[in-house]
Each structure stands twice: as structure tokens, then as C-alpha cells.
Design a protein around this ligand. Structure first.
Ligand code: GLC
Length: 490
């Protein structure tokens, strides 16, 4: 029997760990291709996947690479003069990674800027170049998997090229939405300069027809969100960002797959940044980590006081303001809190004010500090995640893996990963519904009360530690979608 050729998949993203990581997208683009690559043919109905990743050759990547080779160079059409692109190939943990250089990619210091047109110029160039590269290296790609607005234009360009270019006739595209409100607005003129017409789709509201994410949503063969619950939420006006009617029409081509956690990278048993390592059978060792944290931050050393932590980007989405108000409401109870993160200066300064107001209870650490975050996961009792929306969320999964119990808003992927039911032995955290400080405060009080019941608490922690967040399960779901698309079943 003739051996089937592998299914060729190009995963395209603006960032991918460990080469370059700014946010959760970087974690996903760093882990999912690897997880797909590790699937065995018997998990894929006999198929094999040839998965490769492409990201921009950001200037910060340079020094991390040992063996790269130039594999392709070409011009990307532009009305002010065609732009040269060069593609390099390297490999990260067994996954081939293409790095595209050209336009403003290499000269730019940051992955994202605060200037929408500037980012549009970079990412629209990148999105088009990725497709051009596939043709240039003559790789017959079956699935292009784009992520967020930065690469959504690849799906649109593909749809346009399919009409005239037989090379792409059988290529399908998938678009994952990690954060819907970021659509790439401000790209209109740039799209034009790269020769891309406004989107003809009349199901899209008019304002959306020249914005990358909605155009990509129109063009992609299949749409994905990073949790099942978020896929439902975006069909409603509260979360749909004005595209809910359009999305309802595309409902049959929309699904949500929960992000996984790279369990080898987040493991309290071998994490060498911790003072004391432990596994799920040694929860008492966490107490030593908690005392070390209390010492480090000059908080009262007392294990009976519940220690809240927050590890977050400080922006509107993450609801830090809700947490601050809720903590103020329970000022009379006994607790401590360490807040870690950077972002919006207004939110940062609200955290600092809370520390000034409650010096015996609160510490605010306004910086990005991965090692400290790990010590906090390992020593904190309860992590606060009051997000206004959360497409998936990674911190709740990391926290649970470290035995730190999540207290979160019941939204998006938080709702898919945290169980909080009346009288259940399965609970692994605490959820509250409305983004209202009073309601969060009530939930904090409930958690404090459960914390004082050692036996109950250990069950909650242990449930979290045993929840399966491995990538393998999700990777199989992705692979099934790719296979169905190729076989014309979606
Ligand atoms: C975005 C979302 C977050 C998600 C991440 C990775 O950062 O806000 O919820 O976990 O993307 O998909």
C-alpha cells in the first residue's frame, strides 16, 4: 500500500516561546506545534503531521539562535515599491521554525507598539510574506493555522489567491482568536498599500470590512477560540465586540479548544526557582514556601493567615480594580496579599495605594518577574483572577499545578477549568459571576472560611493538582479539525 504523505501544517503567529514571548499567545505558539508534532499516527487515524511554525524575525530573537540557514528570499508587493523578504530556518525542540525578516520587522525593538499603523505595517507584511514563502519553498501546505489579528490577513490573502493560483487550491485555513477585542483597527490604509481590497462580505458590519481580524474571520475555513466557553460567549453582544451577528451565521464553523499547559515547564517538583520543591503528595512543604514569601516581603509569618496572590498584566481586562475594591471591603478580616505585574500606570498606582493604605496586609510589586511569580504560585494560598473576560487564561492552570487555589470570575476559559459547585467533592477553586466588587468580596469571605478548614482545603488543592491540563488532549482535538477540513467534512 502506498504510504500516505504527511499532512502539512503551517502555524503562524506573531510570537512563540521560548524564542520570543510577550503574552499567552507566545505560550500557545510555543507549545501547541510541539504537542502536535509529538502525536503518534495511532492518535491521528493513521495520519502523520508535518507541522512547522513561522514567526517574524524580531530583533530580540537573534542572540538566542545557534544554527540558522537562509532558505528563501523574495519580494512582497507594495504600492510604494516592493519590499524584500528573507526567510531563515531553525528548529526549536524538534519543530522547524521559519523566521521572516524584512519590512520593519528587524529594525523594530518591540513585538507590539502603541502605534496601530506601525504594527499594521509590520504584521500585514509578515502575513503576506508567510504565504509567499510557502510558495517560494514549494511546500504544499494543507492547513494554515493563523492566530489573532496579526496573522489573520494570511487567511484573507489565501482566499484571494485561491481564485487564481492553483498552488493554493487545496490549502485550508484556520484562525484562532485569543483576544477578540484586539482586531487590528488602524490597518485600513496599510491593507490598501499592500494591494488588498476591502472585504466584500455583507454579513460583516461595514466598519469591520477593512480590519484584519474580522476579515480573517470571514476568510478562514474554520474559526477557533482558546476555550469552549469563550466560543459560546462571543456569540452574545456582551462578548462579541459587535461581530456576534456575523459569528452566529458562521456558528457551524466555530469551535473552542482549551489551551493546555506545558507541564514539563511548570512543575513544582523540579522547578529550581523554588525554595522548597514538592509534589502532590507533599502539600505541607508549601507551608515552608509560604513562610519564605512572608519573610521576603516582611509580612507577618503566620501560616493561618490566608495569603492571596495576583500575577497579572495590569489592564482593564484583568479586573485588578475589582480585586482592589473587593479587598478593601474585607479589610477587617485577616488576610495578606501580594500583587505582581505591570501595565496600565493607573492600575499600577492603584495597587501601590492599596499597599500604602494597608501596610501590614498588602505588597505591590510592579514589575515582570517570572521567578517571583513561581515562588508566589508555590507559597500563595489563593490566586485572584477577576477577569472581565478571559478567552482561556493560563495562570489558573499554573496555580492549580502548584497547589494554589484559584478564585476567579466565572467567564471564558476560567469557567471551563475551575469547578465550584454546591456540596461537591470535585471543587478545585472558587468562582463568582458578576464583575461587581461586593460579589467578589463575598466569594473572598467564602474562600477564607474554607481555608480555615484544613481538610476541606486540602481536597480543593488536591483536586486542582490532579486536573489534567496537558496539551496532548487538546492537540488531538486540533488535529481532528485539520483532518476533517482536509477530508471536506467541515
Ligand atoms: C490571550 C487571552 C488569554 C489566553 C491567551 C492564550 O492572552 O487573553 O485568555 O489564555 O491569549 O490563548
Amino acid at each position: 500500500m502506498k504510504k500516505k504523505r504527511p499532512i502539512n501544517i503551517l502555524f503562524i503567529a506573531s510570537e512563540a516561546a521560548p524564542l520570543i514571548k510577550v503574552g499567552g499567545l507566545g505560550d500557545v505558539a510555543g507549545s501547541l506545534p510541539k504537542a502536535l508534532k509529538n502525536l503518534l499516527p495511532n492518535q491521528l487515524s493513521g495520519n502523520e503531521l508535518d507541522i512547522r511554525l513561522v514567526i517574524p524575525f524580531h530583533s530580540m530573537i537573534n542572540q538566542k539562535l545557534e544554527n540558522i540557514q537562509l532558505v528563501s528570499s523574495f519580494l512582497v508587493k507594495h504600492s510604494h515599491g516592493n519590499i524584500p523578504a528573507r526567510v531563515f530556518l531553525t528548529s526549536v525542540e524538534g519543530v522547524p521554525v521559519y523566521l521572516i525578516e524584512g519590512g520593519s520587522i528587524l529594525s523594530d525593538q518591540n513585538v507590539y507598539s502603541s502605534n496601530p499603523e506601525y504594527d499594521a505595517k509590520k504584521y500585514i507584511f509578515f502575513s503576506i510574506a508567510a504565504l509567499e514563502m510557502v510558495k517560494n519553498i514549494n511546500w504544499h501546505v494543507d492547513i494554515i493555522h493563523a492566530n489573532d489579528w496579526h496573522t489573520a490577513i494570511t487567511c484573507y490573502d489565501l482566499k484571494l489567491r485561491k481564485v487564481t493560483d492553483p498552488f493554493f487550491r487545496n490549502t485550508k485555513s484556520v484562525l484562532s482568536m485569543h483576544n477578540m477585542p484586539y482586531m487590528g483597527a488602524g490597518s485600513e490604509r496599510i491593507l490598501n498599500e499592500f494591494g488588498l481590497p476591502n472585504c466584500p462580505c455583507t454579513d460583516l458590519p461595514e466598519w469591520a470590512r477593512s480590519i484584519p481580524l474580522p476579515i480573517g474571520m470571514y476568510a478562514a475555513d474554520f474559526l477557533l477560540t482558546v476555550s469552549p466557553n469563550y466560543a459560546n460567549e462571543i456569540l452574545t453582544p456582551d462578548y462579541g465586540c459587535g461581530l456576534q451577528d456575523f459569528l452566529n451565521k458562521r456558528k457551524d464553523s466555530l469551535s473552542g479548544i482549551l489551551n493546555g499547559l506545558d507541564e514539563s515547564k511548570w512543575d513544582p517538583k523540579i522547578d529550581n526557582t523554588l525554595h522548597f520543591n514538592y509534589d502532590s503528595t507533599q502539600l505541607d512543604v508549601r507551608l515552608k514556601n509560604k513562610l519564605a514569601l512572608q519573610t521576603e516581603f516582611g509580612l507577618e509569618k503566620d501560616d493561618t493567615i490566608p495569603l492571596f496572590i495576583m500575577v497579572t498584566r495590569m489592564d482593564q481586562q484583568k479586573g485588578v480594580d475589582l480585586a482592589i475594591s473587593a479587598l478593601r471591603m474585607i479589610a477587617d478580616s485577616s488576610w495578606q496579599a501580594i500583587l505582581l505585574g505591570t501595565g496600565d500606570p493607573v492600575i499600577e498606582s492603584a495597587c501601590r495605594s492599596l499597599e500604602v493604605e494597608m501596610p501590614s496586609k498588602v505588597r505591590s510589586v510592579i514589575r515582570f518577574d517570572l521567578n517571583l511569580s513561581k515562588r508566589m504560585y508555590a507559597g500563595g494560598d489563593i490566586i485572584l483572577i477577576p477577569s472581565r473576560y478571559e478567552p482561556c487564561g493560563l495562570t489558573q492552570m499554573i496555580a492549580m499545578r502548584y497547589g494554589c487555589v484559584p478564585l476567579a470570575r466565572s467567564t471564558g476559559g476560567l469557567k471551563d477549568t475551575i469547578i465550584d459547585e454546591d456540596n461537591s467533592n470535585q471543587n478545585n477553586g472558587f468562582l463568582f459571576s458578576e464583575p461587581i466588587p461586593e460579589i467578589m468580596a463575598q466569594t473572598l469571605i467564602r474562600a477564607i472560611s474554607d481555608y480555615s478548614n484544613r481538610q476541606k482545603w486540602q481536597i480543593i488543592q488536591s483536586n486542582g493538582l490532579h486536573t489534567d491540563f496537558s496539551w496532548e488532549k487538546s492537540a488531538i482535538e486540533y488535529a481532528n479539525i485539520y483532518i476533517d477540513l482536509i477530508e471536506g467534512e467541515r
